[in-house]
Structure formats: structure tokens, C-alpha cells
Design a protein around this ligand. Structure first.
Ligand code: HEM
Ligand code: FES
Length: 446
């Protein structure tokens, strides 16, 4: 079921979207429109359509940024103030979209003139959009800080789809409401070519450069008057047209100048950074480059090496975990257990993927701060009633001496082996041994 929902459905829906849209543009290009009903009913349309479009465009732009630049997004949302700001903007946009859409649904249902031009598909689309927006709001409120956890779950999942290496493990443990939100999104993408949603692809930019056309409502009186004057130029009409044209030109000119001025001010502002601001800017850029380089070298190391050093056993602490990155580039924690041997455990919360804190409480648990789940560090199990239902996977490890000889191994399920014999391991010199993670334990989390 999950394979269909997370891999089959997205590819099916995107294929239908692309093929259906191309066919519709080729076969019936003039049907690609929103089929405006403005002439039939105006007031409620404005009340609904304006907040709906403002709200949904902000939301979709937000979804897109989180998907396109997940790393930048993750570091931005790590800042509490930024996170609260985007969540508030998202919520306001969602409330606007939900309100606007409700008005649009109500209007189609109660206005008699509109009923005549409303088909079943219109109602299905409006209904699905409303459900999707309400589900989104439910997710945002019920599973807080989606702007943060989506960077480690839905964003990498979408990337995996678009790079044709689908990996549903990022999302398969997400709660039902998020699953439904994702599933419905795919269904709606597939519906686009068959409904008026297709107008999203026909932003009327052509109006900017096509030759002007004047639409004149013809009344009988005007027709008679114009016919009588046929052949001759009416100076009154001509002057009126000239003034109107000039007005339009001036308005367009003012708008363009504002745009150009804005760009110019931005350009010169950029140049007018003083020395300390320039240094600050460069330092920030450098910091970002260093972080990216560090991440890429970690990834490379994981591809090339069969085992990776975590720390010396003597550096590990029973109460404060030491963070490291596992083979899947996920955060993990290392502790020293009561038997003085390592405990390695994933730090990616099994609820929605936030990073679990490193401090161990009196009950031997670490906590995920996002929605408060406690996990036992020895078993990985969450506390009863926690939002997280699955245990944090435990990681296998190797203990090597200074010469690189493997003295003891433990897999993710806790099975130990002593390659040099149990008696070769001196309990008194454990602290001098090195703790490594190994590629062969990579998939054995338990
Ligand atoms: C594959 C596509 C989609 C993904 C991966 C996705 C994912 C998400 C996630 C993770 C959230 C929680 C964000 C937060 O808490 O700040 C969310 C919220 C939301 N989504 Fe989507 N979504 C998708 C498509 C859509 C579509 C097509 C619509 C509308 C037609 C939509 C409307 C909303 C709304 C209204 C919210 C609430 C925003 C808020 O209150 O902050 N989503 N979505
Ligand atoms: S992400 Fe929700 S409890 Fe950890």
C-alpha cells in the first residue's frame, strides 16, 4: 500500500499531468482557461477568489522553497524566530485560502445562475482543494513545526522522486494526516489537465506584448451614430481615445519606473556596504561554503570507507551523548553504557524526524523537543503515549585498539563477537579503544 501511495501514485500522477497537459494544449488550446464566471456573479467571487489566490500562492511558494533548498531551509528554520515567523505567515495564508475557498464553494452551491454552468467536476475540484487545505492546516497545527521537520522527511522524499531514485523510507513512518495530505496532492496533480485547474499554466503574459485591442459594447444608438458618420473621423471620439491611450501609457510608465527605480536602489545599496558589512557578508558566505564542503566530504567518506571513527571510548559519557553522522547522513548519538561499552543510537526522531536532544534524564531517556517523545537509550523504545510510536534504531559498532585490530563488535540487535577472543580484551584498558561504525551494520538497526 505504501509503495503505491509513495512511489506508484506520484509517478502515475505526474505522467498523467504532463501527457494530459500537452494533449490539452495541442488539441484545444482555447479551453485552457479558468472559465470565468465573473459576468454571472461578481461580489462573492471577489470575496472568495482574492483571499484564495493570495493564500494559495503564498503557500505553494513556501512548499516550493522548502523542497528546492532543503539545506538552507533547515538552517534557517533552526532559528526559533524565523521558524515562528514562517509558521505564522503559513497559517495566515492557509486561513485566507480556506476562507476564500469556502466562499467559492458556497457561491457555486447557492447561486442559481452559477448552478447552470457548474459541472460535477467543478464541485469535485473545489471540494478536494478545500479538504487538502483543511488537511494542511490540520498537519500544521497537529504536528507542529512542519517547516522544520519537512526538511528531513518530505523534502528528501520529493527529491528522491524527482531524481528517479525513489526512497519512501523518509516518509513511510509519517502520521496518517500527512500521508493523506501527500496522497491527495498527487491525486490533484493528476486532475489538473481535466479540470479548470489547468488555468494555472496559462498566466496571460502574452497580454503584455500583444497589439492592443479595443472592445466596444455596441448599442443600437451608437451603431446608428457610428454608421451615420462612417467614412468621416469624429474629432470628439478621436480625442477621447487619445487621452485614454495617453493615460494608459503614463500609468504603465509610472509602474515601470517604480520597478526600475527599485532595482537601481537595490543595486546601489548592494554597492554601498561599508567595510564591516562586507566582511560580515563574506564571512557568512564562507561559513555556508564550509558547511556544504564539510557535508560533502562526510558523504564522500561514507561512500569510500567501510568503517568510520566515532570517538575514543574514553571520550564518551553516560549522561551526555556525542553527536555523529551515520552512514545514511542522519544524526546519531554515542554514549558510554553502564557496562563501559558504547551505546550508539539514531538521533532522528521516529515521529517526524526532528533531532533528538543529547542529555540523558534520570530514567535513562533522551527527549525529542519537537513534540516531546522520550526514548530509552538502551532499547530505543519511546515512552508510552509518546507521539513517536517506533523505537530509535540502535547502531552496530566496532571497538579497535591503537593498531587498528578489531577487539569487539556489536550489531544493531546487540549481538557481540570477540574476533581476537574474549580474554584478549582487557577491561581495564577499554577507555583507550576507538569506537567505529561499520558499513556492514548499516542496515541492521534494531
Ligand atoms: C506533494 C505535495 C505536498 C507536500 C509534500 C506538502 C507538505 C506539507 C507539509 C509538510 C505541511 C506542514 C507545513 C507546516 O506545518 O508549516 C503542509 C501544510 C499545508 N499544505 Fe501542503 N503539501 C503538498 C501539497 C499541497 C497542496 C497541493 C496544497 C493545496 C492545494 C497544500 C496545502 C497546504 C496547506 C493549506 C497547509 C497548511 C499551511 C500552514 O498552516 O502552515 N499542500 N503541506
Ligand atoms: S518529531 Fe515529533 S516527537 Fe520527535
Amino acid at each position: 500500500m505504501d509503495a503505491f501511495l509513495y512511489v506508484g501514485l506520484p509517478y502515475l500522477s505526474l505522467t498523467v499531468l504532463i501527457v494530459g497537459t500537452v494533449v490539452r494544449f495541442r488539441q484545444a488550446p482555447f479551453s485552457v482557461s479558468s472559465l470565468s464566471s465573473q459576468v454571472l456573479e461578481k461580489k462573492q467571487l471577489a470575496l472568495g477568489t482574492i483571499p484564495w489566490h493570495i493564500g494559495i500562492l503564498i503557500l505553494l511558494a513556501g512548499h516550493l522553497v522548502a523542497f528546492l533548498v532543503p539545506d538552507i531551509w533547515r538552517s534557517l528554520t533552526a532559528n526559533r524566530a524565523f521558524l515562528l515567523t514562517v509558521e505564522t505567515i503559513g497559517f495566515m495564508a492557509a486561513a485566507m485560502a480556506a476562507f476564500g475557498l469556502s466562499v467559492l464553494v458556497y457561491r457555486r452551491l447557492v447561486t442559481a445562475r452559477l448552478q447552470a454552468v457548474t459541472n460535477r467536476m467543478d464541485l469535485v475540484v473545489l471540494g478536494l482543494l478545500l479538504v487538502q487545505v483543511l488537511l494542511g492546516i490540520g498537519v500544521a497545527l497537529g504536528k507542529r513545526w512542519g517547516a522544520q521537520w519537512s526538511a528531513g522527511t518530505t523534502s528528501p522524499y520529493l527529491w528522491s522522486l524527482f531524481t528517479f531514485q525513489p526512497d519512501m523510507t523518509y516518509v513511510s513512518d509519517l502520521p496518517a494526516s500527512v500521508k493523506l495530505h501527500l496522497g491527495l496532492a498527487w491525486v490533484m496533480f493528476a486532475l489538473i489537465p481535466f479540470t479548470r485547474l489547468i488555468h494555472g499554466f496559462s498566466v496571460p503574459l502574452g497580454y503584455l506584448w500583444r497589439a492592443p485591442q479595443q472592445v466596444i459594447w455596441t448599442t443600437r444608438r451608437r451603431l446608428t451614430r457610428e454608421t451615420a458618420r462612417a467614412g468621416g473621423v469624429n474629432p470628439e471620439t478621436s480625442r477621447r481615445h487619445f487621452v485614454k491611450g495617453l493615460g494608459g501609457l503614463v500609468a504603465a510608465g509610472v509602474l515601470m519606473s517604480v520597478g526600475v527605480l527599485d532595482k537601481l536602489v537595490g543595486y546601489f545599496r548592494g554597492q554601498r556596504l561599508d567595510r564591516t558589512e562586507q566582511v560580515d557578508l563574506l564571512e557568512k558566505k564562507l561559513e555556508r561554503l564550509r558547511a556544504t564542503a564539510e557535508e560533502q566530504s562526510l558523504e564522500l567518506e561514507r561512500l569510500q570507507k567501510d568503517a568510520i571513527l566515532v570517538a575514543q571510548l574514553g571520550q564518551l559519557d553516560p549522561k551526555i551523548g556525542r553527536y555523529f553522522t551515520d552512514y545514511q547522513m542522519r544524526p546519531a548519538l554515542a554514549f558510554k553504557g553502564a557496562d563501559h561499552l558504547p551505546i550508539l543510537i539514531s538521533a532522528k526522531c521516529t515521529h517526524l524526524g526532528c533531532t533528538v536532544a543529547s542529555n540523558v534524564d534520570d530514567k535513562g531517556q533522551i527527549m525529542c523537543p519537537c513534540h516531546i517523545s522520550y526514548f530509552d537509550i538502551r532499547t530505543g523504545q519511546p515512552n508510552p503515549g509518546a507521539p513517536a510510536k517506533l523505537p530509535l534504531p540502535r547502531l552496530g559498532w566496532l571497538l579497535k585498539d591503537a593498531k587498528g585490530t578489531v577487539m569487539l563488535t556489536q550489531d544493531g540487535a546487540g549481538n557481540r563477537t570477540w574476533p581476537q577472543g574474549q580474554e584478549a580484551l582487557d577491561p581495564a584498558s577499554l577507555d583507550g579503544l576507538e569506537v567505529w561504525i561499520a558499513k556492514r551494520f548499516d542496515t541492521e538497526g534494531a
